[in-house]
Design a binder for this molecule. Sequence first.
Ligand code: EPU
Length: 416
Amino acid sequence: MDKIVIEGGVPLKGEVAISGAKNAALPILAATLLAPGIHHLYNVPPLADIRTFKKVLGLMGVSFEEGKPLIVDTSRLTGWMAPYEVVKTMRAAVLVLGPLVARARQASVSLPGGCAIGARPIDLHLKGLAAMGVKIRLNQGYVEARVKRLKGAEITLDTPTVTGTENLMMAAVLAQGVTRIHNAAQEPEVADLARFLVAMGAKIEGIGTDVLTITGVNALTPAPYTIMPDRIEAGTYLAAAAITRGEVTITNAPVAAMSAVLEKFQEAGVRLKTDDDRIVVEQGGSLVGVDVKTRPYPGFPTDMQAQFMALMTLARGASLITETIFENRFMHVSELKRLGADITISANQAMVRGKKQLLGAPVMATDLRASASLVVAGLAAQGTTEVHRVYHLDRGYAHLTEKLTALGARIRRVPA
Ligand code: EPU
């Protein structure tokens, strides 16, 4: 298994282009199941999670032609099962549930277990599908779903689940009648999926709001689509630029979807300018500790919490970081402490007291964003930081070492 070795302390300089959004590409790939035929998808990021998801779709008879665009052939559906072996490594595989019940009227999807960041149940996905007439039973760890004809329903989500909203929306587009999803997730990736569905002929109102009204249609047809850029990748480079006091231009960034993040960085003293799709991080200004609380969109994203915490370890003063989305998303804390950070956890809050410097050390983390925060911290730490378990980073960051090297970082990937 590879590791990433970083010699920290180099201010990043230059330009970095953001890739397509993992969390938009995954549901959009799932949604291709809804329209038999040949799909052309642009800006699909080269990530391990995407490769895994293609394997899942492959098991259902979907074939791919690699390239730009990625060509996805969903003409023939030969299976409707997402096996345990895949779902246990990537929860997002549950995104096939909605499209499969809509197209094949049945699905068999392994119930995801807990994961490193929390229990992450899918009860709301199942409750919503049941309201649309789907019969659901649990058999040997699999959710078995069957339906004669999907029917529109009024669904109110207890909590605005992202993949839950996506699953229900994908089922509803081919249901009979109108489905209204209240308290829907408003994340930009949910909106990106909705726009793809509309491009294929779906009728969806309220895109980007917390009430989605979906009028079922008889069939969808493939339409070319360009996946939005990754706001979390952009935010991670922003953190990397800021923590090294660098001067970095982040291009192809989904600036409009990043307001909460950009405002927090500015509040923390990071000097930046934006236009439609660019963020220019300027040198100067001293970092100050600010409090942050993760929230569903448009609030501060949980997927940026760890990277922002890395930045706060070198800010003047204290920062209180509250995680409200996942119950166990502080695994990076003990690793950041190995680099010399001063952080105390109490329940879902982390108190970070800024230090003058971090010192390199071997570290590892058990999820994607925690690993990203260790890279961010390592870029600023004096001496050598080794980040182990690189496969987490491969899941969500396209060409990470290459992009950081191009910005002048002393970073390399070596077999561990
Ligand atoms: N929840 C329930 N019941 C459900 C579904 C969710 O109680 O049926 C709870 C969860 O336990 C959690 C909260 O609702 O406390 C929100 O979870 P959500 O369902 O929104 O998360 P998700 O859809 O499983 C997506 C992203 C995550 C991201 C979260 C929150 C994808 C593929 N994954 O997960 O991304 O953290 O939304 O924004 O879109 C990542 O990219 O690193 C990542 C973990």
